[in-house]
Design a protein around this ligand. Sequence first.
Ligand SMILES: Cc1ncc(COP(=O)(O)O)c(C=O)c1O
Length: 439
Amino acid sequence: MNNQEIDSKDTQFVWHPCSQMKDHELYKPLVINRAYESYLELFNGIKIIDAISSWWCKSLGHNHPRLKNALLKQLDQFEHVDLGNTTNDLINTLSKKLTQLMPHLGKVFYASDGSSAVEIALKMSLHVRVLEGKTKKTLFLALKNSYHGETVGALSVSDLSLYRSPYESVLFKPPFIEAVYVQNTDDPLWNDVSILWSKIEKNLDQYIDSTTALIIEPIVQGAAGMLIISKDFLEKLAAWAKSHDIHIIADEIMTGIGRTGKMLACEHTNIQPDFVCVSKGLTSGWLPLSAVITTDTIYQHFYDDYETGKAFLHSHTHSGNALAASVALATLQIVEEQGLCNRANHLQKIMMNYMTDIANQTDKLHNLRGIGAIVAADLIETPEIPRYGFKVFQEAIKRGALLRPLDNTLYWFPPLNIEEDVLYDLKIITYEAIQAIAK
Ligand SMILES: Cc1ncc(COP(=O)(O)O)c(C=O)c1O
């Protein structure tokens, strides 16, 4: 089958995620032939740098040989058996490793996608309140600009109207708290938001009695445009929540497993969440797997004789899927062995220097920000260039990089093991793509 035939079948049958399909008439989806390391290879042999790690999940790049071996080894044993009534050494080992991400964690509950992990954490928190008899505690608090996924519960605690507004009538409506943002960890507000805190806290008082949980994207709000949140703001907010018996849900679906230079972004803070949601980088994007890591205290609320009706009767068919678990375990081992958290911090320095160079050379970027292996900047908007980000995306593809800006926010979110010369190529491509538009 040639490129054109694949294109035309796509137009006939495929509805792409998060896309205005009419855009694809003008700009056809890339036809992928294979992918390896930080590259996508198109049908015509052209190489494209995957600068966004395929929607933030391919943290070890494509076709990693050790992940392939782990998967093949598991294929020889069994692919999937439901986790309701069975167990295996693999899932035990993975679960132990996940609970070791933070000393206070004790149990792991599995699902498939990030959104389902968020649903589970929300339901567990609410269910605990029922079991405790604290029936007034039904409210969730979330942050302004938050994004936690697309299913109804996850979308309810997401603030981005682009995704939320058509479904407003069926979504629950958490208060969205204004966060304090920084550009990087050198910003004075990273360590100290005292001058702002008393006003923020006064506003929170009204929610004390009714709130079951606070949900946060620790340190980086991805979908909002890679906004970096002050560590001190998050610590103060979490301390306030703890002091009022409000659970903390840390949505580490994008930030977890090394992306921000720590295994979990919460490690930048002193926060001890009641629920940690991980996915994406957990399998380095090989297979869908998500997990909610929680405490023994939360778990004990549900533990009793069957007749008491306290069990958490939530399930997904592929909960704890063995193939996904095999790759997750290998991913965790590689991230640890190869010191990829440190590497993320090393990449930050290079990427920030490169993005700063581009901003200086083009005068088209502002609000540079970054942490770990994430760097972002906003295109300076101008009425003469509608859909600026989308245009830069198209120019970058022509030159060999998949950027997919978030509206007019350009960002790099490469595999943690990207080679430095590939990053340099990415810099040149990004520069040229901006220059091609902004004449
Ligand atoms: C912070 C965060 N939470 C939840 C999700 C939803 O995950 P999924 O798309 O796997 O359902 C995402 C996806 O981008 C995310 O970035």
